[in-house]
Structure formats: C-alpha cells, structure tokens
Design a protein around this ligand. Structure first.
Ligand code: ADP
Ligand code: MG
Ligand code: ZN
Length: 474
C-alpha cells in the first residue's frame, strides 16, 4: 500500500472468477449413478457406496467426463498435458461425505488458455489459469432461513459425484459487467461443445474474487503486477449461480470495499456469501489457505495418460468462427449473424433452412419471426426441431406469394406453434389462400422480383431497409 491518505487514492477493481460447471454426462464422475434428477426424487436416493463415501468403496473414472474436459481445454486454447492426475482436497463440510473432495491439483487436465468476448462495443480477452475436473459435493438446504440465520440444515447427496469442471480465470476483469459478459460467452462455448446445459438448475456456480488496487498500478494493457495482486486483500464471494447474480454480487462487493477503504478501514481477506434474496454479501469465514487442505495424490486413481486420447477428440466450430462464416458465407449483417449463432441449435436450424431456400430469406424468417415467436412462448428451436419441413413450407408459401408475410407470421406461424398445425392446415382453416388485395400482391411481387435479382451472397441490407421479402408486420 502506498503512503497516500485514503481520500486521495484512486481505486480500481481487480476481479478473477472460479467457475464451476456441471458436465453433461449420463453417469457421475466416479460411479454409475445417474446425473439426471428424476421427477420428485426423494433426497439421498440417487446414490451408491461410492458417492456416499462409504468405507472401502473405490472410484472408477468416467471416460465421458474426461472427454468433455478435453473439449473444453481445446476450446479455451489450453495446453493439455501428457498425463493428468487426481488429488484429494481434505476438508470437513457436511455436503462432502468422504471429508475430502477428489479434484486436481498440480496436474490439471487443462493448463492456461484464454477466452475472448465482447462487452458492448469492446472486445476483451481474459486469460484462463487452469481448468480441472472434480466431483460435485452434495447439496445443503438451510431450512427456515438463509445460511447465517437458518436453525437447521438438510443434506442431500443426490448431486454428490456429478462431474464438475472448475475453470479459473486470471484476475483480469476490470468490472462486474465484464465478468458477466465473460460468463455469457463461456456458457455459449460450453453449449456449443455439447458438454453443458445452462437450463439445468445449479449447473453453473461462480466464486468471484475481488480486490481494490491503486488505479495507477494498472498497466497500459490493464494488467496488474503479480506483487500488487498478492498484496491486495481480496474477498471471495461464494454461492453465485447466475450471470446476473455474478454481476450484482461483484458490483455490491466493489462498492463495499471502496467505501471501507475510503473510510480508512482495511479489507479483510475473507470468504463471503452472496445472499440472493437480500442482494448483499455477508462474511462467512476468514479465507482458507491452500496449505489448509493437505492436498495429496488420490491413490485410488492412477495418473491418467491423455497424450493420445486428446488427439482423437474433435471439437465443433465455435460461436465466433461460426458468426464470421455466417457473415462471409451467407452475407448476413453482424446483428443477424449474432442472433442466428446464439446457440448451436439455432445456428444448425438456420443452416438447414438456408440450404432449402435463400440464406437471406431464411435469416429473416428464423432471426426475426421464428425466434421472436419462440421466445415469447418460452420455447426454443429444440421444440421445433422435428418441424423443419413445415417451417420451410411456411417460407415457401410466402416466397410463392401464396400468403402474405403478415399472415404468415401473425396467423400461420403462431397457430403452428400454439396448435401444432401444419402451414397448409392453417391456410385452409383460416382461408388465407391467395389474397385479392392488389396492394399486398404488388408488394409481394415486387419483393420477389427484387430478391431474384440479387446475387446470392450479397451483404444483407442494413437495419431499416432489410433484405426482407416483404415487411413483416409485428
Ligand atoms: P485460491 O486458491 O486461494 O482460491 P488462486 O490463486 O487459485 O487462489 O486464485 C483464485 C482466483 O482468485 C483466481 O480466479 C484469480 O484470478 C483470483 N485472484 C487472485 N488474486 C486476486 C486479486 N488480488 N484480486 C482479485 N482476484 C484475484
Ligand atoms: Mg478458490
Ligand atoms: Zn453413486
């Protein structure tokens, strides 16, 4: 710390994230129990001697979890070692039946890497320190209050042993908004890889570390010296389970620390808990140090050679690359390309429609009409996966001038989604067959004409004058 007085110090926040994501595998990481909660399952029923930590039970590593981890490493540009190793992290907590967690220590499956993302108009890239595999503990329910007020706590080991990947970033975020944008991008990448389901309850949990440093300690590139970081007392906020909560918790924590420092108080190095209901962080305990955990190699799991294995594992095209290809290949503008690559499912769906028709027309109908209507109904493209031909038929009806674009969206598409009818069924039921309205017919004809004259891969017209067949009235 410098000798300057509290009032004259200009402060800057430094943030690093530890992101825990559940990997989508059928069975748990060290046993054959399912990872999929059954409807209304009773607590402590999706368990076995291994995930209950009973004496003598031995772990057997799930191949699928390692494959998923290698995919994540490839996507983040990590180096994947020849050999990786599991360790025991020893601590007592009721959600951990063995009193140690099988995790990784000095030979994680992914070392280093980086993830680029956008914040508003800025492009940022944050370093990944490591990403490793571990087992999820059980879950605790604090009955009749929150963690610091409940009078009793219930434990359920159904979740225990679900494969987790912990992704640790470098302390390179400069604010809560950046952290949120990073999490959104990370989620997108993980979903593209097919290793993660963001809709699953509790599938993402974040520990958010924040400290305040003197603003003039920030280098030109925004980096901060290791010695300064080591010196800065940081808090680690736990119990964050959404992107939004991460942003809120970090913003709260930044304000709290700033106020404390400005009043001349020291920041305690501690672990804090995000209280979602109250929107505040509360102190839990002084921060544990690494030596407290007595890490040692997990003798029941020999070192795992991944040298050859990693060569056999391929990853799909990732969102940024796909976005770029949609712009270049289909001539979409940035906004349409972003919308149409927001999930792999949407992108796949779009490409299938684009192949059947004109990419431009497909973009208009998928990005503007379909996604809007799905979103309104809390549905996703997964819900219409099997109806691609019907959707293509809808576009064809408009393209052929059989129905107006307005009717297509406001009547046909909506009834397709609400009543499960096919486009032709809706047209018949609603008597939408070719309209006599001269104005509409003329507009359709003119638009079709316009579209046919356009070369295929031209740049889409900017917003306002879109490349739409006819204006879709919303
Ligand atoms: P620990 O083992 O105590 O959790 P690590 O060194 O593994 O500590 O770092 C955990 C996280 O804390 C990382 O995401 C890292 O970026 C972040 N971090 C480290 N130093 C700071 C700091 N001064 N301010 C904010 N975050 C930090
Ligand atoms: Mg930590
Ligand atoms: Zn089990």
């Amino acid at each position: 710390m410098t000798a300057r007085t509290a009032e004259t110090r200009e402060l800057a926040a430094v943030i690093g994230l530890e992101v825990h994501v559940q990997l989508e595998t059928e069975t748990k990481i060290f046993c054959g129990c399912s990872t999929e909660p059954r409807d209304d399952e009773a607590p402590n029923t999706r368990t076995c001697p291994v995930c209950l930590g009973l004496p003598g039970a031995l772990p057997v590593l799930n191949e699928a979890a390692v494959e998923a981890a290698i995919k994540v490493g490839k996507a983040l540009g990590s180096s994947i070692p020849e050999e990786t190793q599991f360790h025991r992290k020893n601590y007592y907590y009721p959600d951990l039946p063995k009193d140690f967690q099988i995790t990784q220590y000095d030979a994680p499956v992914c070392d280093g890497g980086e993830l680029a993302f956008s914040v508003g108009d800025d492009r940022r890239a944050v370093g990944i320190e490591r990403a490793h595999l571990e087992e999820d503990p059980g879950s605790l329910t604090h009955a009749g209050g929150s963690i610091d007020t409940a009078d009793r706590t219930l434990v359920d080991y159904n979740r225990a042993g679900t494969p987790l990947m912990e992704i640790v970033t470098a302390p390179e975020f400069r604010g809560a908004e950046e952290a949120r944008a990073f999490l959104a991008k990370l989620t997108e990448v993980l979903e593209y890889l097919g290793v993660f389901d963001a809709r699953r309850d509790g599938s993402l949990r974040v520990d958010a570390n924040l400290s305040m440093v003197d603003a003039d300690e920030l280098g030109a590139d925004g980096g901060v010296d290791d010695a300064v970081l080591a010196d800065a007392n940081r808090t680690e906020v736990k119990n964050i389970s959404s992107h939004r909560a991460a942003e809120k918790a970090l913003a709260y924590e930044e304000t709290r620390q700033r106020n404390a420092i400005e009043r001349g108080r020291e920041i305690e190095q501690e672990t804090r808990h995000w209280d979602e209901a109250r929107g505040i962080t509360v102190s839990m305990r002084s921060k544990e140090a690494e030596k407290d955990y007595r890490y040692f190699p997990e003798a029941d799991l020999p070192p795992l050679r991944v040298a050859d294995w990693k060569e056999e594992i391929d990853i799909p095209e990732l969102p940024d690359a796909r976005r770029e290809r949609f712009r270049e290949g289909y001539g979409l503008d940035g906004e349409a390309a972003a919308k149409l690559t927001s999930t792999k499912q949407v992108a796949d769906f779009y490409e299938r429609v684009a192949e059947a028709f004109d990419p431009d027309l497909a973009a208009t109908w998928v990005a503007d009409a379909l996604l809007g209507e799905l979103n309104y109904r809390d549905m996703s493209t997964a819900d219409v996966e099997g109806r691609l031909e019907e959707f293509a038929r809808l576009v064809e009806l408009v393209d052929d001038g059989e129905i107006t674009a307005k009717n297509a969206e406001e009547t046909v598409l909506r009834r397709m989604l609400d009543d499960g009818l096919s486009p032709d069924e809706v047209v018949a039921a609603e008597d939408l067959g070719k309209t006599d309205d001269d104005e509409v017919a003329a507009a359709v004809a003119a638009a079709i004409d316009g579209r046919q004259r356009r070369p295929r891969n031209r740049q889409r017209a900017p917003a306002g004058g879109t490349g739409r067949l006819t204006p879709v009235i919303r």
